[in-house]
Design a protein around this ligand. Structure first.
Ligand code: SAH
Length: 411
């Protein structure tokens, strides 16, 4: 039998006997944990020397002597000579100091686990009898993958001392367009503050029943939760020691007010981080077969909020045949935007595409030109959420012929 202990080595004296590559590898692990490492070895391999030069450990350049054990909590021996390693292990045994013997096939009084960490969960794997590091690391890797994917129940059952906020980009809709990191943070969350856009519909029903879900969704026309109130919620729950995930559609920093939420957390002294997401500005055109840049056609992308004042830069972008203009939140503003573009000299024949609910089963694309899109959008009954693309890349069949490309809904 083996008892696996979790031992934080921070501030503890660890003696490493031998200066070779095995010592270097393990030293990095001990040093990362904050151990105070002393190396005793007549000579150092280059990788060990580099670590000593980087102050990860101190080095006494001579052979091991029993007095070296004084003050050590843990000893690691990897001299390359099994007899010396056995001597070190025996000296440790007499002094009741745990010793890891790295010699092939040898067992010290302690064994290192193959270890993986994800967030604040650490998992270690050892063989109970007969070392088999290859198997241990394969098992460790398999568990690591599950941990990183958020596939294991890693949510804390006990309130942590300090909470935090993570703004995560949910992408345009399908859960499998979220990042692996976002999925893991969702699996760890105590509180999820979610928007209506993005993968909320698919994700939220599968969270643990005792995760607190707060819907601050901003459906046009419905009453959205004011930004101040969202900021207040994020800070209050984190201060209560909860892991808070702010789930947003697309990318948090593209018209998502993510910056304001970060500032609110920083001002309150709450730890905060951001996980990028697949923005609709690029992925929704893509879903309709539209590349926002294309060699020889479009060399720049102008991304704009349709609800904002129409700037001179936006007008110039729409009039420039080498620029793709991508308008978010633009359905209501479409007639105004088109009229301004035509007045500013954009050719009436400039292709325009409106992609509704990209990457969802409701996806639909309307192709027209600046001269005809307002009428076409009204006729089609175009609705939010939609991305408007202006430029040659938006022409029907630009990349794929109409026959070889269909919206997700009909694929
Ligand atoms: N942070 C988001 C954008 C938020 S603003 C991102 O990076 O994607 C909201 C606007 O995004 C909507 O009005 C619409 O223009 C666009 N949008 C988001 N998801 C969409 C989708 N699946 N289909 C079409 N438009 C979408």
């Amino acid at each position: 039998m083996t008892t696996i202990l979790g031992i934080p080595l921070a501030g503890r004296d660890v003696l490493m006997v031998g200066g070779g590559a095995v010592t270097a590898r393990r030293l990095q692990r001990f040093a990362a944990d904050g151990a105070l490492v002393r190396i005793v070895a007549p000579a150092l391999a280059p990788e060990t020397r580099a670590l000593v030069d980087g102050a990860a450990a101190t080095w006494t350049p001579r052979a091991f002597a029993a007095g070296d054990l004084d003050g050590a909590w843990l000893v690691h021996t990897a001299t390359g000579d099994p007899r010396i390693d056995l001597d070190v292990a025996a000296a440790c045994e007499r002094s009741r100091i745990l010793c890891i013997n790295a010699s092939d096939g040898a067992h010290g009084s302690a064994r290192l686990t193959a270890q993986t960490t994800s967030g604040d969960v650490a998992v270690g794997v050892v063989s109970d009898a007969g070392v088999d590091p290859g198997r241990s690391s394969r098992v460790r890797d398999a568990i690591g993958t599950l941990l990183h994917d958020g596939a294991l129940p890693v949510r804390r059952r006990r309130r942590a001392a300090a909470g935090r906020v993570d703004l995560i980009g949910g992408g345009p809709g399908p859960a499998d367009l979220m990042t692996v990191r976002a999925r893991r943070l969702l699996a760890e969350a105590d509180v999820v503050v979610a928007d209506r856009l993005g993968p909320a519909e698919e994700i939220l029903p599968h969270l643990d029943p005792d995760v607190l879900v707060i819907d601050v969704g901003k459906a046009p026309g419905a009453h959205p939760v004011p930004q101040d109130e969202i900021n207040r919620l994020l800070v209050a729950h984190a201060r209560d020691g909860r892991r808070v995930v702010r789930l947003k559609g697309g990318d948090p920093f593209v018209f998502g007010r993510g910056g304001e939420e970060v500032l609110a957390c920083l001002a309150a002294g709450v730890p905060v981080d951001v996980v990028p997401g697949v923005t609709s500005a690029v992925s929704v055109p893509q879903a309709a077969g539209i590349p926002v840049t294309h060699r020889g056609t479009s060399a720049a992308v102008h991304i704009v909020n349709g609800q904002a004042e129409i700037s001179a830069t936006t007008l110039a972008a729409m009039a420039d045949p080498a620029v793709t203009t991508v308008v978010l939140m633009g359905v209501a503003a479409l007639p105004r935007l088109v009229a301004a573009a035509l007045r500013a000299g954009a050719p009436a024949g400039t292709p325009v595409a409106i992609v509704e609910s990209g990457h969802t089963p409701r996806q639909r694309t309307t192709h027209a030109t600046l001269g005809t899109i307002t009428e076409a959008a009204t006729a089609a009954g175009v609705r939010n959420p939609a991305v408007i693309v202006v430029g040659d890349v938006a022409a029907a069949g630009f990349l794929y012929s109409a026959r070889s490309w269909q919206d997700a809904a009909t694929r």
